[in-house]
Design a binder for this molecule. Structure first.
Ligand SMILES: NC(=O)c1ccc[n+]([C@@H]2O[C@H](COP(=O)([O-])OP(=O)(O)OC[C@H]3O[C@@H](n4cnc5c(N)ncnc54)[C@H](O)[C@@H]3O)[C@@H](O)[C@H]2O)c1
Length: 324
């Protein structure tokens, strides 16, 4: 099979590229990435030299470029990780998010329709569902929960989801969507919570925590996310949405305190700052459908994995300091 993985030089896309090359060694993988500030070929490591892998620099919203690539390569599967992914940037520069996150998927869908594919898979996020109340710990997002995005980032992702489903209903394009919770792992750009906090703590700088730090996120290891996406690609039903989560809810403050504890730094470094506008309170995912239909379940827990992730950022300061 021949796969197109977009956003292949980003955090999750690079993990998925390595995962696929390792687990499906007979397949050919084309990794496409615009190499924005968030993408780096270093994230691909050895995979970049794998004879079954080819890297292409390009923009998913460039119709002419995508047409040429699809015409030449005739992909069997397309997985779209490419996106502008940082909520804070979407608040300061929403227009960039419309192009990458809405127009980009539409161009990919249209090109898939023209050349035909076995599957188009859209990587979405639990943020499209909006926020759950903190005082209702028994409530979870299911695939039937209404889309209720609150930031320009989540609104752009929700828009893409609707477009993807429209291509299924209108043109019978075989699509699937996965909506995953917050990922942790190596190679994440240092603007995101975990690497950013490690970076500040190592320098003895204040660790900025929004509001009271009580916002809850449902954390999942990037490895578990990659495995779930692979299952959906191979066994998911066209036209369906699959939630992916690990039932591993933590407050932001818990995450920050754990990082400080791992690094032997004092909690006095925590600095509470003005809350993000429209900050969602709690995300929590019911991924029962992925378990029932695909037999997928997260294998990792944050308590065991976070120390390893923190250690990786400490050992790889060269990699991430250059990304500031
Ligand atoms: N990080 C998370 O916790 C999380 C959780 C759920 C869903 N997601 C989704 O997963 C996907 C990947 O997220 P990530 O955390 O790896 O993000 P990231 O910012 O680390 O990577 C995104 C990659 O996309 C590339 N890119 C951006 N615009 C592009 C364009 N127009 N054409 C081609 N490439 C482009 C960037 O260069 C970068 O390499 C995104 O769609 C995001 O919405 C992320």
């Amino acid at each position: 099979m021949k796969l197109l993985i977009t956003g292949a030089a980003g955090f999750i896309g690079s993990h998925f590229t390595k995962y696929w090359l390792e687990n499906y060694p007979g397949d050919l993988v084309v990794g496409l990435d615009l190499l924005t500030y968030a993408g780096s070929l270093k994230n691909l490591g050895e995979a970049e030299r794998d004879p079954h892998f080819q890297f292409v620099q390009g923009d998913i919203s460039d119709r002419i470029r995508m047409d040429k690539l699809f015409c030449q390569e005739r992909f069997d599967l397309v997985v779209n990780f490419a996106a502008e992914s940082h909520v804070d940037r979407s608040i300061s520069h929403p227009d960039q998010f419309m192009r990458a996150n809405i127009l980009g998927p539409q161009v990919l869908l249209e090109t898939c329709r023209k050349y035909g594919v076995g599957r188009y898979h859209q990587i979405s996020t639990d943020e499209v569902y909006g926020s759950l109340p903190l005082e209702r710990p028994d409530s979870f997002f299911t695939e039937e929960s209404p889309l209720c995005a609150s930031s320009p980032y989540s609104a752009s992702k929700a828009s893409a989801d609707l477009m993807v489903l429209a291509y299924y209903h209108t043109y019978q394009l075989p699509v699937t969507i996965s909506r995953c919770s917050n990922n942790y792992g190596t190679n994440q750009y240092p603007e995101k919570l975990i690497p950013r906090m490690v970076f500040c703590a190592l320098r003895g700088e204040p660790l900025p925590v929004y509001g009271t730090g009580e916002n809850i996120r449902d954390w999942i290891s990037v490895t578990d996310h990659c495995e779930a996406v692979a299952r959906i690609l191979l066994a998911g039903r066209p036209g369906e949405v699959y939630n992916i989560g690990a039932h591993d809810e933590k407050t932001n403050l818990w995450v920050v305190k754990e990082i400080l504890r791992e690094l032997g730094r004092p909690e006095s470094l925590i600095s509470f700052v003005a809350d993000r506008p429209g900050h969602d309170l709690r995300y929590a995912i019911d991924s029962g459908k992925s378990y029932r239909e695909l037999g997928w379940k997260a294998k990792h827990r944050m308590e065991e994995e976070l120390p390893k992730v923190v250690e990786w950022y400490c050992r790889n300061q060269d990699w991430w300091e250059k990304k500031q």
